[in-house]
Design a protein around this ligand. Structure first.
Ligand code: NAD
Ligand code: TYD
Length: 339
């Protein structure tokens, strides 16, 4: 069994690579990643020592490079994590989101058609459904909720999903899609809420909360997401979409306060800043389908997951200190100075 994992040098992709190498000692994993600002080869240090793991530095939009990798690897399964993933960056500069997230998906699926595969899995997001109101806790996203994307990021992911389903219907490509809620855990890039707040709090820096901090996200520990994808690629039905989430809705401000508490830092660090444009109010996943059909249930409760995450950032300072001392500094200045 050979699996191509794209975007494996990023947050969720790398966690998936480690999950698969550990669980299936007879599988070969070929990671394809062009190492954007969000991809980091040091993240894969442990995997690079494993003879079952191979790394290809390539852009998923580069048809020639992708074809060569498929020719060499003859993959049975392709799992596509590669994407531009940060909503704020998509608001500032949407173009690369459309290229990577939509056209990159097309290039990968064309290679799947050309060389033949057993499964193409698209890692999508709950953000394709748009948002839910705060005052209707009874409403959740199901797989039947209409696509209603808000940001250039979510619009690009929604477009890719439509293309994936069209390739199934038109060409019979054996596809599956997972739409997961917000992940957290090791190797999460410092621009995202949870790692940003942990790292800023450790440095006694302001904790920038957008708007009133009342927006709600449905947090899932990253290893639970990896297990869901593992199940879907082995047991999921072709042509199907699976929502993945653990019923863990929390307002941003409560997460930030919890991080302050766990790190013994003052809540005075919290600084309310201008809201994100088009900011989605609430995400909430109904995971009934994946539970019923594939038996998936999340294993990590938020109280434990957040402690594990904080511990990881405390023990892996070198990983994030290298990141935040590089081009991240310019990004941070542009995004937060005078906000
Ligand atoms: P990430 O930004 O941490 O990592 C993305 C990886 O993709 C990086 O290693 C980057 O170098 C690589 N990449 C980007 N453009 C590429 C290209 N053109 N060719 C090859 N590689 C490229 O993202 P993440 O948070 O790990 O998200 C992974 C996937 O999961 C994305 O598709 C995202 O939409 C989806 N997702 C993320 C979350 C979340 O909470 N982070 C939730 C649901 C779904
Ligand atoms: P983020 O981690 O960017 O994920 P997403 O936008 O894909 O859900 O943001 C999570 C929430 O945290 C979102 O409502 C925006 C908010 N947020 C802040 O309040 N301050 C910040 O500095 C960041 C990065 C996010």
């Amino acid at each position: 069994m050979t699996i191509i994992v794209t975007g494996g040098a990023g947050f969720i992709g790398s966690n998936f690579v480690y999950h698969m190498l550990k669980k299936y000692s007879d599988y070969k994993i070929a990671c394809v990643d062009c190492l954007t600002y969000a991809g980091n080869l040091s993240t894969l240090e442990g995997a690079l020592k494993n003879p079952n793991f191979k790394f290809y530095k390539a852009d998923i939009c580069d048809r020639e490079a992708i074809d060569k990798i498929f020719e060499a690897e003859k993959p049975n399964i392709v799992v596509n994590f590669a994407a531009e993933s940060h909503v704020d960056r998509s608001i500032n500069d949407p173009e690369v989101f459309l290229k990577t997230n939509i056209l990159g998906t097309q290039v990968l699926m064309d290679a799947c058609r050309k060389y033949g595969i057993d499964r193409y899995h698209q890692v999508s997001t709950d953000e394709v459904y748009g948002d839910l109101p705060l005052d209707r806790p009874d409403l959740l996203f199901t797989e039947k909720t209409p696509i209603h994307a808000s940001s250039p990021y979510s619009a690009s992911k929604a477009s890719a999903d439509l293309l994936v389903l069209a390739y199934h219907r038109t060409y019979g490509l054996p596809v599956t899609i997972s739409r997961c809620s917000n992940n957290y855990g090791p190797y999460h890039f410092p621009e995202k809420l949870i790692p940003l707040m942990i790292i800023n709090a450790l440095g006694e820096k302001p904790l920038p909360v957008y708007g009133k901090g009342e927006n709600v996200r449905d947090w899932l520990y990253v290893s639970d997401h990896c297990e869901a994808i593992d199940l879907i690629i082995h047991k999921g039905a072709v042509g199907e979409v699976y929502n993945v989430g653990g019923h863990n809705e929390m307002a941003n401000i409560d997460i930030v306060k919890l991080i302050c508490k766990r790190l013994g830092k003052s809540e005075d660090l919290i600084t309310y800043v201008a809201d994100r444009k088009g900011h989605d109010m609430r995400y909430a996943i109904d995971p009934t389908k994946i539970h019923r059909e594939l038996g998936w249930l999340p294993k990590t409760k938020f109280e434990n997951g957040i402690d594990l995450t904080i511990k990881w950032y405390l023990e892996n300072r070198k990983w994030w200190e290298t990141i935040i001392s590089g081009e991240y500094r310019d990004y941070y200045k542009q995004m937060y100075e005078n906000r």
